[in-house]
Design a protein around this ligand. Sequence first.
Ligand SMILES: *Cc1c(COP(=O)(O)O)cnc(C)c1O
Length: 399
Amino acid sequence: MTLNSLFKNYNRVDISFEKGEGVWLEGSDGRRYLDMGAGIAVTALGHAHPHLVETLREAAGKVWHTSNLYRIPEQERLAERLCAATFADRVFFCNSGAEANEAAIKAARRYHYVKGAPNRTRIITVEGAFHGRTLGTIAAGGSPKYLEGFGEPLTGFDQVPFNDLKAAEAAIGPDTAAIMVEPIQGEGGIRVMDRQVLKGLRALCDKHGLLLVFDEVQTGLGRLGTLFAYESLGVTPDILASAKGLGGGFPIGACLATEDAASGIVAGTHGTTFGGNALAVTVANAVLDVVLAPGFLDEVKRKGLVAKQLLAGVVDAHPKVFSEIRGEGLMLGVKCTAPIGDVVTAARQEGLLLVPAGEATARLLPALTVTDEELKEATHRLESAARDVERALEAAASA
Ligand SMILES: *Cc1c(COP(=O)(O)O)cnc(C)c1O
């Protein structure tokens, strides 16, 4: 097996995994890895969760796909459960985070269109944002490294500095449709938006008749100890994009909206072949069975505090490797003073999988089912990795 027939768009580590259970993965090198990345916050219930495996097995013998030309009972059930658990009145299902954001952008623009303000198409976004890799979402994210070489970016996005309410207000014009933010930037480096700024954005949207869009593709599905982060933060959006953890590893995305915010998306205005097909929504319903069970999210909140405390000890003890801990709940990051690539590699060599992000921050996004013991083990391994990096730095300095 080689990489020769694949597009060269990924820098893959030379390892694969055949078996997994919970937060543990068995590598093709015969070693066991403690997975603190969960496939970038995707396997929310860990690998091979019995309820998900059983649900998918049963679904495999039934109808997989019929298209959205017909009713899909499990899709209706999933939408009703998401609406019952959130601010939303309506849900559109798709297959990824980028598509959920595309739906959010289209819904925001069309909302104003049907209200008689077709000029209101511009969306204010935040520097350091990541909203996906489609042409629309790279324009929304605004990162030059993702835009380079792909021609004229899609117009209609006005970017303002992170946590800068004044700049957001100044960016509002007669053509503004919405403000779109990640409550905590994930790819950007676990950058937590200030609650007061989020509240301020909500107030600006209310004052100017704009829609507030939260990209909760990474923060959602329980990561902060509430189904979506907005509940923890006390600021409610009009539109919310979800994906990643929603299917527990099965590809599915969703765009949630209030009745009003969804009012522009009428028959024929938007769609997708695969979105919300029976297999995907059945698995997502099984994810909700677990995540919405009484006490589950409280446990996530508690474990988030445990993890943060444990990690703080490692960060404090190794200033040559780490400078700070960031994040909330089970969406955490350690900012590195040592080169982040060295830290992530050393961690992997110690059997710990982390996910690199912006601002030299290594992310810990474990399955929500992670135990205290496993968090302690992750801390031990991170500590060993820190010592390895320190030794290598010392060796390099004396060479
Ligand atoms: C991962 C991510 C996306 C993109 O999701 P895809 O499924 O890769 O399209 C969008 N927004 C945020 C906040 C993400 O973390």
